[in-house]
Design a protein around this ligand. Sequence first.
Ligand SMILES: CC(C)(COP(=O)(O)OP(=O)(O)OC[C@H]1O[C@@H](n2cnc3c(N)ncnc32)[C@H](O)[C@@H]1OP(=O)(O)O)[C@@H](O)C(=O)NCCC(=O)NCCS
Length: 184
Amino acid sequence: MVVGNDNAGSRAPRPGERERCLAHPDGASGVPAPSLTEHNERVRIRPADVTDAVAVFTLLDQATGGAAPRRSAFDHNYEQVIAAMTYDGTDFVVADRDGEVIGYALAARVLSLSANGPVSQLLELVVGAAHRGRGVGALLVDAIIRRARNAGAVEVTVAARGARGYFERRGFTETATCLTLPLL
Ligand SMILES: CC(C)(COP(=O)(O)OP(=O)(O)OC[C@H]1O[C@@H](n2cnc3c(N)ncnc32)[C@H](O)[C@@H]1OP(=O)(O)O)[C@@H](O)C(=O)NCCC(=O)NCCS
């Protein structure tokens, strides 16, 4: 999960630190889609592919203030995620503006016994600093919600960390407190 917006939220949670988990009932967001600005009318949300790895790593590095994962680990896991898109409930999309990847979102749909159906967990959402505030993040979140709905998921959840207000404005409400136990 990518955290924060270039500040104190941009780090891995410490042991015992609480995250707020927000959920979005699957369906219409209830928030009007952002109007297409001159900037993002050229943005296309598409599935990520292997050629996007460097751009996605750069976005991740920027969003985590240089605390991105080791490049070797990233490369290995990137390949796994791309492969997983073909055989399980992994949704990995990028915002492509005229061939430049300026943002991405990664979500995993998992089966649940308690939620009346599968749940889509939004794990990472990043927009490049130079492209923020123009609705690109909203386009990515909407794409994840749409894919979740089309796959029969009943809700989308996110550990919002530093971006709680961002998700609440999009119809997410607090449902739980997430705790993390680092294993590394
Ligand atoms: C959060 C993020 C994805 C938003 O991307 P974006 O393209 O700028 O988002 P949008 O253009 O759709 O929305 C911008 C609005 O959200 C608000 N916003 C942005 N980050 C916010 C945050 N952390 N908390 C509350 N509101 C936030 C902006 O102030 C702006 O408000 P406005 O419409 O009133 O001007 C981007 O800031 C980012 O990549 N942050 C670093 C990573 C991160 O925190 N990811 C989310 C947790 S997984």
